[in-house]
Design a protein around this ligand. Structure first.
Ligand code: ZN
Length: 259
């Protein structure tokens, strides 16, 4: 089984998007597979090279001074029990997550089929992945709906990626760090063409769902958010990181020099 799981080595890219700029232009999703004409980021593992600051995130209004201070204090207080600092460094100091929904679930569409080799049981694997995060005490829950127009999260299957990855999540968020939409693409086969096992598909689904709720990568291979994930179980750090993310206000925590 280890060999099969290794096939699922995940070199996904959490697409940096393109928060809504102050000019009210629509978010420019930069998915390299879905939007070939859009700006491409390096098809390397996202953990290897944090993306440089972008003009988009620089335009993100910062939280007020006390809120920024509170966020920094909480990050320091939790220390290495979370990997949320990875989010702060990859988003140019933006706490980015779904806005509070007062108990309302995120609406999810599971698109069936889409690639040869798809079997209905695979939707069950995705539901397991959603259940794991919903059960983590983060306050984020999911409800399946049939219409992707109304969906917050769209999950689709593809045959394989051209580059070495098994899943990809494209997030769109606004200038206040509030996630507006997520699209998860899951591959049925490795880049070399081997069918991924159910445990591998589940691991990737758990990992990508973590991205869909806003989580960054972890540098620890015991965490589901490790880039080359081999586990479908959430670690304590996965759970704590998600909990902390949803305790913090979304927005820029960039340190702004006072004048
Ligand atoms: Zn990832």
């Amino acid at each position: 089984m280890t060999g099969l799981l290794l096939l699922a080595v995940l070199a996904d890219r959490l697409t940096r998007l393109a928060s809504v700029s102050l000019s009210a232009s629509p978010p420019a999703a930069a998915a390299d597979t879905a939007h070939p004409g859009a700006a491409r980021s390096a098809p390397a593992r996202v953990s290897s090279v944090p993306p440089p600051p972008t003009a988009d995130t620089r335009g993100t209004p910062t939280l007020d001074r006390l809120a920024r201070l509170a966020v920094r204090q909480q990050l320091a207080q939790w220390g290495t029990q979370t990997y949320l600092d990875s989010l702060i460094s990859t988003t140019d100091s933006v706490v980015r997550r779904w806005p509070d929904r007062n108990g309302q679930p995120l609406r999810v569409v599971l698109l069936e089929g889409g690639a040869a080799g798809y079997a209905p049981r695979m939707a069950g694997l995705v539901r397991q992945a959603l259940d794991r995060w919903a059960g983590a005490g983060v306050g984020v829950t999911f409800a399946e709906i049939p219409d992707s127009v109304e969906a917050d999260i769209v999950i689709r299957w593809i045959d394989r990626f051209d580059i070495d990855r098994a899943g990809q999540t494209d997030l769109t968020w606004d200038q206040f760090g509030r996630v507006r939409r997520a699209t998860i693409s899951l591959a049925l086969h490795s880049t070399a063409g081997a069918a991924l096992s159910d445990p591998a598909l589940l691991s990737v689904a758990v990992h990508e769902t973590g991205h869909a709720i806003g989580l960054p990568h972890s540098a620890d291979s015991n965490d589901a958010m490790f880039p080359s994930t081999r586990t479908s179980a959430l670690s304590q750090r996965d759970v704590r990181t998600a909990q902390l993310l949803y305790q913090l206000p979304p927005g820029s925590v960039r340190d702004v020099p006072s004048h």
